[in-house]
Design a protein around this ligand. Structure first.
Ligand code: FAD
Length: 511
């Protein structure tokens, strides 16, 4: 089998055809799944970012953890092969790619493990690392009336893909990121060992893998906390002209106890003009509501701020009870009078809300355009400066997509996880979700992202990149700061030859 991999790599057999090699590897690995193809221009060469294209050697569709372990072990017996787990390829900067390496299509395992269980009276679901969150949602709600507690905004992402980063959305202020909502994992390490891990069993591996950028193991199963799913959601947007008022209210809401706040808190920045994508029209939840610019205070600047909140309720709740609870919460906020939009939708419709935008963007052809996104965590202490320079000046005309900003609480994140965070107790998720047509604007957008990051470093902001992407070890060291040593030690323990997730460009494959 190793000989076969060697042949495929060196390609020195003039008569052999790629298909022959692939099938002989497949046979000698004795996979239950398949080695699909060389995938020269296929799915494994691309990601959602559309900025990089890298050719793998082969795309493997495993049946389960045993297949994945065999592939990793086989790679470890060569001198140079790497292995990238590919979730749904929604990375921006080639993180799920493997240059001349083996890409594992985790989606082929998505149906594995769907098992409900209770532990000490609390409900959990075991799901495959390759499952899409949207499927986890619909299956849990329809079969058990239960749902995970913490989400991402968009759910066509895999469980293993988001757990390798953090997984944040408007529920994270209360429950922490998705990485704080799993209690057990099954992982294939870089040594090709299938290992169960949790807070009490192989805890270094467990916490290492959570937010670990795929560096320590491939998540093949996750045990996710569940809670009763509400039936309905009142989804509300209110507008602010002053950043200080917006952030004060957002921070107030995320600091309240459960039952005394909304169930979801996010926000976004938009241009103070009538641009259909970047301006006022991006606010109304229902296009029939419209946006009345006459309400905007004369003192408003180049950008405005939208606080987006949601309130859960059940079909059996009286409308007046919901109205009263929502009015009481809104009554404590200082948004611009008359600039409010609301919609009642089912819980699953709310969580699948980005799907509609996706369909729309696909129809317009912009879903497949490049996405030079920039995601950051910025400490509360520096967010006013960030707003003043980045939002009010650098991107005041918008980025062709949402510019998210909402606060998160550090105490909901476990310090033992690998993800790097700013120091402050409250920090903001900032996301510039650019949709850029192919052409010179792509490079300009990437350059502007660099400029923003450079400015943050120069000004000494307390910040970290989320979904980080760096080219040099020095940058990675700076990113992890005093966690770098721990990160390196975990790599030495669980993937000593640096086989896994080469697309993150943190470590180089060794012999
Ligand atoms: P991939 O891009 O396929 O993989 C990402 C990394 O994880 C790679 O290094 C890969 O090798 C590794 N990996 C994949 N599967 C596994 C596994 N099973 N075990 C170990 N490593 C693995 N993020 C948020 O937090 N909140 C959001 O609201 C949010 N919204 C998004 C909306 C859109 C439209 C997009 C495109 C992305 C969004 N993201 C969001 C970012 C998203 O969480 C990450 O890009 C995530 O990595 C994508 O998941 P994926 O399954 O496509 O992973």
């Amino acid at each position: 089998m190793i000989a076969c991999l060697g042949r495929i790599v060196h390609g020195n057999d003039a008569d052999s055809k790629p298909g022959d090699d692939v099938s002989s590897i497949s046979k000698s690995l004795d996979l239950q799944g398949s080695i699909d193809s060389f995938d020269i221009n296929g799915v494994a060469c691309k990601d959602f970012g559309g900025l990089y294209s890298v050719k793998p050697l082969a795309l493997i569709k495993p049946f389960g953890a045993e297949d994945i372990a065999r592939v990793v072990k086989a790679a470890s017996q060569t001198s140079h092969l790497t292995v990238a787990a590919r979730g749904n390829g929604h990375s921006i900067n080639g993180q799920a790619m493997a240059d001349e390496g083996l890409v594992i299509d985790m989606r082929s395992t998505e149906g594995n493990h769907f098992k409900f269980l209770t532990i000490n009276g609390s409900p959990y679901i075991d799901v495959s690392g390759g499952a899409l969150w949207e499927d986890v949602l619909t299956r849990c709600v329809s079969r058990f009336g239960l749902a995970p507690r913490s989400w991402t905004d968009y759910l066509s992402l895999t469980v293993g893909g988001t757990l390798s980063n953090a997984g944040v959305s408007g529920q994270a202020f209360r429950y922490g990121p998705q990485t704080s909502n799993v209690i057990e994992l099954e992982v294939v390490t870089g040594k090709g060992e299938i290992t169960g891990c949790s807070e009490t069993q192989n805890s270094e591996l467990f916490f290492g893998v959570l937010g670990g950028l795929g560096q320590f193991g491939i998540i093949t199963r996750a045990r996710v906390k569940l809670q009763p799913a509400p039936d309905m959601v009142r989804w509300i947007r209110v507008v602010y002209s002053e950043f200080e008022e917006f952030s004060r209210d957002a921070e107030f809401l995320v600091s309240q106890k459960e039952g005394e706040s909304f169930d979801y808190v996010e926000g976004f920045v938009f241009s103070n003009n009538d641009d259909p994508i970047n301006g006022w029209p991006s606010v109304p939840l229902d296009p029939d509501h419209g946006f009345n610019p006459v309400r905007i205070p004369k003192t408003a600047g180049s950008v405005l701020y939208c606080l987006e909140v949601a309130f859960h309720y059940r079909n059996c709740d009286h409308r007046s009870t919901v109205d009263t609870a929502v009015s009481r919460l809104l009554g404590r906020l200082g948004f611009v009078d008359g600039l409010k939009s609301q919609l009642d939708v089912s819980y699953t419709e709310f969580l699948l809300r980005v799907r509609q935008a996706e369909e729309h963007a696909k129809a317009n052809g912009i879903w497949d355009s490049p996405h030079p996104w920039l995601n950051l965590f910025v400490s509360k202490s520096d967010i006013v400066d960030f707003d003043r320079t980045v939002f009010k000046k650098m991107v005041k005309d918008g980025v062709g997509g949402p510019m998210l900003i909402y606060p998160l609480l550090r105490n909901k994140w476990d310090n033992r996880m690998s993800v790097a965070l700013p120091e402050g107790e409250i920090f903001y998720l900032v996301a510039l979700l650019r949709f850029v047509p192919k052409g010179p604007l792509v490079e300009k957008s990437v350059a502007q992202n660099h400029e923003i990051v450079k400015w943050c470093i120069k000004e000494g902001l307390d910040f970290k990149l989320y979904l980080p992407h760096y080219q040099s070890k020095e940058d990675w060291k700076r990113h992890f700061g005093n966690q770098w040593t721990r990160f390196v030690e975990r790599k030495a323990s669980f993937d000593p030859m640096a086989i896994l997730a080469p697309g993150q460009k943190i470590f180089t494959r060794t012999h």
